[in-house]
Design a protein around this ligand. Structure first.
Ligand code: SER
Length: 470
C-alpha cells in the first residue's frame, strides 16, 4: 500500500488520474445550496451537475472530476447522531468524484476505479469487495448484468456481493437523478479475523473496519415528485469516493481521525484544553472527535455564506455548533469559546484546496466566537437553574423541563442527558403537555392578530430551542 502518502498527495493523485483520462478538473461547489429547493446543503458531488444529468444544460466537457465539500446532517442522508461516536462518519466530508455526462459508462467507470485503487494507491486486492444491484421487481428494475460482467473480469466471485435497492440504488433526494450503483468496500480487519469470517459477509453490515469507500452510480432515471421513475435521455456516470475513508485505508489506520486530515485539529484541541486524546471510546475521546469533525462543517458553511440562525440551513449549523460546545463544556471541562480558536489552523490546512476559508478566517472566527459565547451563557444559566430544581422521587417535573427549554433556551436533549448522568428521569408526558399547551396558546394568539400580516405558511419544526444532542 502507498502508506507514506499524505492526504494532500492522495487527493492530488485522484485528480491527476482523471485528468489523465481527459476529465476537466473543476472546483468544489459551495457546501450551502441556494438555488435548489430540494436540498439545503450539498450532499453529494453530483448536486452541482444535476441539470447536466436531467438534460437541461450541456457541459463544455462531458468528463469532469473534482473534490466536493459535502454535508450530510439533514434530509435523506443523515449521519449526525453517529458522528464522533464512531470512527468513520462525518458531518462535512470531501467527496472525490468523476463524472461522465452522457459519455463513458459502466465498463470504463468500473475498470478505472479498480486501476486507481489497486495500481496507483496500491490497495491490496484481496481486501476489496464490490457490490452489484440485484434488481427490484416492484420498481421494474432489472439486476445490473453489465456491472456484474465488468466486475467479474477484475475480482473473484466471492468478492462480489449483491445488494438491494436500499444499498445499491442511489438517489439524490426524494426527487431527482438516480440509478443503480456499485460500491467498493475495504476490509481493514486483521488477517486472523478475515480468515475466520470472510469479508463479503460483513459488507454493508455497519462493521467499523469493513467500510464503503467508493460508490459508482449509473444515473439513468429521474425520480419524479409522484414517486415514478422517468428514463433520462442519456446515461451518465456519477462516482463518489469518501476522501477521509480513502486516506484512512491508504495510511493503514483504524480510524479516520488518526489520519493527517484530522490529527492537526486534534493536536490543537489537546494544546488548548490540556487534555489528551486517547484513541478510545470514553466521552472525552468522543468529544475530541466531535470537535475535529464539527469545526470543519461549521467553518466551511460559514465561509460559504451561511450564518447560524434559528431556522433552515442556519439552524442546522447552529445545532452542530451547539453539539460541539456541549461536548467540550462537559467532557473536556473547557468553559471558553474553543471552536473559534481552531479556524486559523483549519484554514491553513485547506488553503490550497478550499481557499475560501483561509481568505475569510477572521470573519468566520468572529461569527463562531459570538455563537459560542451566547450558547455558553445559555448553558451556564440552564445548568444553574437545574441545581435549583426540586427533583421529586428521581423525576424532573415536565413543567420544569419546559421552563428550562422555554425560558432558558436549554435544549431538552441536554436536560435528558444531564438527568441520565445523575440517575434521574424526565417527566416526558408532562413536558409534552406543557409544550402542546404553549403551542395552543401561540396559535390562539395568532388568530387574535388583527394587523396587516397574513401567515402564508406555518413555520416548520426546526425552530430553536429543539436541539438534539447525543
Ligand atoms: N452520488 C453518489 C453518492 O453520493 C456517488 O457520487 O454516493
Amino acid at each position: 500500500m502507498a502508506q507514506g502518502m499524505t492526504s494532500n498527495e492522495i487527493r492530488q493523485k485522484f485528480l491527476d488520474f482523471f485528468a489523465g483520462k481527459n476529465h476537466k478538473i473543476v472546483a468544489s461547489a459551495p457546501i450551502v445550496i441556494k438555488d435548489d429547493p430540494t436540498l439545503m446543503f450539498t450532499n453529494a458531488g453530483m448536486n452541482q451537475f444535476k441539470d447536466f444529468f436531467l438534460g437541461n444544460r450541456k457541459p463544455d466537457n462531458p468528463r469532469i472530476a473534482d473534490t466536493q465539500k459535502c454535508l450530510r446532517v439533514s434530509g435523506k442522508h443523515n449521519d449526525l447522531e453517529e458522528v464522533g461516536a464512531d470512527t468513520y462518519h462525518h458531518t462535512m466530508f470531501e467527496m472525490l468524484g468523476n463524472w461522465s455526462i452522457g459519455d463513458y459508462f459502466k465498463a470504463e467507470a468500473i475498470s478505472w476505479s479498480w486501476e486507481l485503487l489497486t495500481s496507483v494507491y496500491k490497495l491490496p486486492k484481496d481486501r476489496l469487495y464490490v457490490t452489484v444491484f440485484e434488481g427490484d421487481p416492484k420498481e421494474n428494475l432489472p439486476p445490473s448484468q453489465i456491472a456484474l460482467k465488468e466486475w467479474s473480469k477484475l475480482v473473484p466471485q466471492e468478492h462480489i456481493v449483491f445488494g438491494n435497492k436500499k444499498d445499491n440504488f442511489w438517489e439524490m433526494g426524494d426527487t431527482g437523478p438516480c440509478g443503480p450503483c456499485s460500491e467498493i468496500h475495504f476490509d481493514n480487519r486483521p488477517d486472523a479475523e478475515r480468515a475466520a469470517t470472510p469479508g463479503h459477509l460483513l459488507v454493508n453490515k455497519d462493521h467499523p473496519q469493513v467500510i464503503e469507500i467508493w460508490n459508482n452510480v449509473f444515473i439513468q432515471f429521474n425520480r419524479k415528485a409522484d414517486g415514478s421513475l422517468e428514463q433520462l435521455p442519456a446515461m451518465h456516470v456519477d462516482t463518489g469516493m469518501g476522501f477521509e475513508r480513502l486516506v484512512r485505508v491508504i495510511q493503514g489506520k483504524n480510524s479516520n481521525y488518526d489520519t493527517d486530515v484530522f490529527t492537526g485539529t486534534i493536536a490543537e484541541v489537546e494544546r488548548i484544553t490540556g487534555k489528551k486524546y486517547n484513541f478510545g471510546d470514553t466521552r472525552s475521546d468522543v468529544a475530541f472527535r466531535v470537535l475535529a469533525d464539527h469545526i470543519r462543517a461549521i467553518s466551511f458553511t460559514i465561509a460559504d455564506g451561511q450564518m447560524p440562525s434559528n431556522n433552515g440551513a442556519g439552524y442546522v449549523i447552529r445545532r452542530i455548533l451547539r453539539r460541539a460546545v456541549r461536548y467540550y463544556y462537559t467532557y473536556l471541562d473547557y468553559r471558553q469559546p474553543l471552536l473559534c480558536q481552531l479556524v486559523e489552523s483549519l484554514g491553513r490546512q485547506f488553503e490550497f484546496v478550499f481557499p475560501e476559508l483561509y481568505l475569510q478566517k477572521n470573519f468566520v472566527e468572529k461569527v463562531i466566537r459570538e455563537e459560542e459565547k451566547s450558547f455558553l451563557k445559555t448553558l451556564e444559566g440552564g445548568l444553574r437553574r437545574i441545581e435549583d430544581i426540586h427533583v421529586k422521587d428521581g423525576v424532573i417535573d415536565g413543567s420544569d423541563v419546559f421552563e428550562l427549554y422555554d425560558t432558558y433556551g436549554f435544549p431538552v436533549d441536554l436536560t435528558r442527558l444531564i438527568a441520565e448522568e445523575r440517575g434521574w428521569k424526565v417527566d416526558e408526558e408532562g413536558f409534552t403537555k406543557a409544550l402542546n399547551q404553549q403551542k395552543e396558546r401561540s396559535r390562539a394568539d395568532a388568530k387574535r392578530e388583527t394587523g396587516d400580516w397574513v401567515t402564508v405558511t406555518e413555520k416548520t419544526g426546526t425552530e430553536l430551542p429543539v436541539t438534539t444532542i447525543s
